[in-house]
Write a protein that binds this ligand. Structure first.
Ligand code: NAD
Length: 398
């Protein structure tokens, strides 16, 4: 990865062995044997053995990416709709398939659990994986709230394994450019940021609309990760959320929408810097899910001396337009996306495990984002601002 921190094996082992609680700036411990094992695996060209749970829509993107990775050996596929696991395993020549996590964990040995299930299942399955001594890559959100997230962080530390959560946005070259521009003070006194992401909503699974779902954990999660990554951990949040479409037709069945499908979130990053995220499942877009066609600005960062706008979605960025007092005409920067893709999270962390590279993604930030999403719902319920307890090592770059 062009924007990763690289380190030698000794530094990797030192970091991997460093103990620390789930607070800002800490890394998780790999047991000496485990750390040696994965670093040696990288050196000897051995691969990280991967087990996938959840063989639905997103798994197709992951399986394609993981199959192409030189750092990955796909070992097992699991889905509670067993036919999906069998189909995915057959298509991608994965030797083992299972109908539930228990059988998967008791079956063929693997190192990294890739959790691509319904968001309401993430915490429970991540926990089972960590408990069984597996490293875990989780689709977003990593857990449903602060308590669950902290429990996972502690468990990973205790078991000597690693934990990461989607999205991958902080690893894009466009994120790196924006972070470095902010660190250089190019925008002057930073004041505000805005991010927006919406479409007409998934139509293949009901969990997006059920309790614990919603547009914040599905879509806003990208923008919250980007903005906390650029502006720093949120201290307080306030939100107003609503349901615009009370019922949805999913695979021929009408379901009642229980989670928000329209959200406005304000974050206070400290030092008087404020940001705003809006997301929803009722946003017309002429391109639907086709990110390659989507080139308009979705993120704006504004200070007294300049303004910076991300073209495209933060998960599929196309470049950054920057104007400053010295250069008032907008200029496009960071148009090259390099190896970055939104769906490469699991192969990216497998590469980290195999080689000792450290990712810019941290589980502490994933937990912070999960806490913010939960707090937004709390803010709506109580009509109050909510204090955020979690934090993460920041700045991520620069
Ligand atoms: N679909 C996308 O394009 C996309 C993109 C990025 C992220 N995501 C995220 O990926 C996750 C999955 O989304 P999806 O669209 O693939 O949903 P999906 O409904 O298509 O797939 C989820 C799969 O997980 C399985 N599953 C659920 N609970 C399980 C359990 N306890 N044990 C075994 N299998 C279980 C389901 O049977 C289903 O096959 C969500 O967190 C979503 O936000 C999806």
């Amino acid at each position: 990865m062009s924007n990763e921190e690289h380190m030698d094996r000794r530094e990797f082992l030192k970091r991997a062995l460093a103990t620390g609680a789930a607070v800002a700036g800490t890394r998780f411990a790999l047991s000496p044997t485990r750390a040696e094992e994965v670093a040696d695996a990288g050196k000897s060209g051995k691969k990280v053995k991967v087990g996938i749970i959840g063989c639905g829509s997103v798994s197709r993107h992951y399986l394609r990416d993981l199959s192409a990775s030189p750092f990955v050996e796909l070992v097992s596929c699991c889905d509670r709709i067993y036919d999906r696991a069998k189909q995915a395993a057959a298509e991608y020549k994965v030797p083992h398939d299972y109908p539930n996590i228990g059988e998967m964990l008791a079956g063929a040995q693997f190192d990294l659990l890739v959790n691509l299930t319904d968001m309401q299942e993430h915490y429970r399955l991540n926990k089972e994986g960590l408990r069984a001594g597996k490293h875990v890559w989780s689709e977003k959100p990593i857990a449903a709230n602060y308590e669950q997230g902290m429990e996972l962080l502690e468990l990973a530390k205790k078991r000597g394994v690693r934990l990461w959560g989607a999205p991958t946005v902080v690893t894009s070259p466009q994120f790196a450019f924006m972070a470095k521009t902010l660190a250089a003070g190019t925008l002057g006194r930073l004041a505000a940021a805005h991010a927006s992401y919406g479409h007409l909503g998934p139509n293949w699974s009901p969990f997006f609309y059920e309790e614990g779902g919603g547009s914040l954990p599905d879509l806003g999660v990208y923008n919250i990760t980007t903005l906390t990554g650029l502006l720093g951990p949120a201290k307080e949040v306030a939100a107003i959320i609503s349901i615009v479409t009370p019922t949805r037709d999913i695979r021929g069945k009408t379901i009642k929408v229980e989670a928000e499908d329209n959200a406005m979130l304000v974050m206070d990053h400290g030092n008087s810097v404020l940001s705003h995220v809006q997301c929803g499942f009722n946003y017309f877009t002429p391109f639907e899910h086709d990110a390659t066609q989507q080139s308009h600005h979705t993120i704006a960062i504004i200070g007294t001396g300049g303004s910076m706008h991300l073209a495209g979605y933060d998960w599929a960025p196309q470049g950054v337009d920057l104007a400053t007092q010295e250069q008032p005409k907008f200029q496009r920067h960071a148009s090259d996306t390099g190896k970055y893709t939104w769906q490469y999270g699991a192969s990216h962390v497998a590469e980290c495990l195999a080689t000792g590279k450290e990712s810019l993604m941290t589980p502490e930030q994933a937990v912070h984002v999960a806490e913010i999403i939960h707090a937004a719902n709390e803010s709506q319920r109580t009509g109050k601002r909510i204090t955020i307890r979690s934090s993460f090592k920041w700045p991520i770059i620069g």
